[in-house]
Design a binder for this molecule. Structure first.
Ligand code: HPA
Length: 276
């Protein structure tokens, strides 16, 4: 079996061949219900994940995910419509694999987005939050195992993992649309069950503002490869125990659907600025 570095290289080469050397300057991973954004790219090239070597794709779900390459305001961007999660049964290296591929394409920055439950009591359903930092409570780390120095160091620094300049730029872009971005700490758990109210109280005391089941492994992987990160959470629901209603994926999807236009406008402003 070839090593991970060779697998990543093989996938990057396959994308380059398929797209005639298209080289995105920024990449975005689109979270639950937010994938549609990439449909508006200009000069779009779409590659289903299952056509890419070693790329994890779920054959169970109706649509297994697609890599979309194209332009916004003339700037080259890449987007992942759909991601895989640890709770689906993928190995850590597989969850991290798409991020490795994107980062190996020499992008300026990786933008991660997700649907998240609001833990901070001042958050409202439908808010967008700039991720300022995270808590990794997934119980695992994508870098466990032997380290390949060609990717990065054994012990990567995470102290400024969410790039402060990109956070500022995100805020400025939102302000142009009159949108107030919340700021906060994202806590990543493995899922797939939602949290208990007791867990949410604990997470709030630990300093978390929003909770989800993705993003953290991708961000750690990008940090390993020295790629800057910006993160946006869409607060799709109040976390367990805050409201009266039980949590459901239907509510998450419904909110994401409503927030889509605002979210799309924000990314449309932000991504070209990061690409230059
Ligand atoms: N908890 C965990 N993951 C989530 C939530 C939540 O409340 N909402 C959306 N993803």
């Amino acid at each position: 079996m070839s090593d991970l570095f060779s697998k990543v290289t093989e996938c990057v080469d396959a994308i380059a061949e398929r797209t005639h050397g298209f080289a995105p300057k920024v990449a975005v991973i689109l979270g639950s219900g937010l994938g549609e954004f990439a449909d508006s790219f200009e000069e779009k090239q779409v590659i289903p994940y299952f056509e890419l070597p070693h790329f994890p794709s779920s054959s169970v779900q109706g649509h297994a995910g697609r890599l979309v390459l194209g332009k916004i305001e003339g700037q080259k961007v890449a987007a992942m419509q759909g991601r895989v999660h640890f709770y689906e049964g993928y190995a850590p290296w597989q969850v991290a694999f798409p991020t490795r591929v994107l980062c190996a394409m020499k992008i300026n920055a990786l933008v991660v987005t997700n649907a998240a439950g609001g833990i901070n009591l001042s958050f409202k359903v439908g808010d967008l939050m700039t991720i300022t930092d995270h808590l990794n409570l997934t119980g695992w780390n994508p870098l466990v195992g032997s380290n390949d120095e060609r990717f990065g160091p054994r012990f990567p620094d995470l102290s400024r993992i969410y790039d402060p300049a990109l956070q500022k730029l995100l805020g400025a872009c939102a302000a142009q649309d009159g949108v107030t971005l919340r700021q906060g700490v994202y806590v990543g758990l493995s899922g797939p069950s939602y949290e208990t109210p007791a867990e949410i109280r604990m997470l709030r005391q630990m300093g978390a503002d929003a909770v989800g089941m993705s993003t953290v492994p991708e961000v750690i992987t990008a940090a390993h490869m020295g790629v800057k990160v910006a993160g946006i959470s869409c607060i799709t629901n109040l976390a367990a125990g805050i409201g009266d209603a039980p949590l459901s994926h239907a509510e998450v999807s419904e909110t994401a659907d409503k927030v889509k236009p605002v979210f799309g406008r924000l990314l449309r402003r932000f991504l070209p600025k990061v690409a230059v």
